[in-house]
Design a binder for this molecule. Structure first.
Ligand code: CA
Length: 230
């Protein structure tokens, strides 16, 4: 989605330039501040779709900023990516515990970062419309993260659940393999995973869905869709 605003909180000039260049090239609008103690005001003012937050900052460090953003009702749900250096592994874990959605270790590949931001933005946009979606004897409960067939729980891996969830939420639209890679696997590494991984997971998912397996329809040379009509 073009024109989405990203707020960058980073004091290293080189990184700011690298990120601005790559993000603007991708159609994002980028605002930036260099100090941790300016972060909250900037987020409230810019109302970004996503925040990229460096760990080592003047004023307040990234962890403190993260805590403040998560504690404020107006900023608590904005997706947040932490930038950390290799030597800051423990802080990375702490950052995730404090509510960062993802982290990227410097030095990073801009392409990978953009892919991760996209996946994160997509996930934050595509909150399920309904808590429970039914199709035939199949029920997907997004609130409880449970799939049932004729009332019986189907054991699923989290990737299988996310994959089925993405298909169900698309409400019959065809989803390409690339889209599924980014929305389901984007967090791990959308670049390293091959598209046939999806086909493999779809195969497993169909096995588990038994009588309802046909609802996952292969659209030749494109991807998959979920059929509510069958
Ligand atoms: Ca820094």
């Amino acid at each position: 989605m073009p024109d989405e605003k990203i707020l960058l909180i980073e004091d290293e000039k080189n990184i700011v330039e690298l990120l601005k260049y790559n993000l603007e090239k991708e159609g994002f609008r980028v605002s930036h501040v260099t100090r941790g103690d300016e972060a909250l005001d900037a987020v409230l003012k810019v109302k970004p779709a996503l925040v990229i937050l460096d760990l080592m900052l003047p004023g307040l460090n990234g962890l403190e900023v993260c805590k403040i953003l998560r504690a404020n009702e107006k900023t608590a749900r904005i997706p947040l990516v932490m930038l950390t250096a290799k030597s800051e592994e423990t802080d990375k874990v702490l950052g995730l515990e404090l509510g960062a959605d993802d982290y990227v270790t410097k030095p990073f590949s801009p392409r990978e970062l953009v892919a991760r931001l996209r996946a994160l933005l997509r996930r934050s946009r595509e909150k399920p419309k309904q808590e429970v979606v039914k199709a035939g004897t199949l029920e997907v409960d997004f609130g409880k993260h449970v799939v049932t067939l004729k009332g019986k729980t189907v054991e699923m891996t989290s990737k299988e659940f996310d994959l089925l969830g993405a298909l169900v939420n698309a409400q019959g639209r065809v989803l390409t393999r690339d889209f599924l890679l980014e929305s389901v696997w984007g967090y791990d590494a959308s670049i390293q995973i091959e598209t046939r991984t999806i086909d493999m997971h779809i195969g497993q998912l169909r096995k588990k869905l038994k009588a309802e397996a046909e609802r996952i329809v292969t659209v030749k040379n494109v991807g998959y869709r979920f059929d509510f009509e069958k």
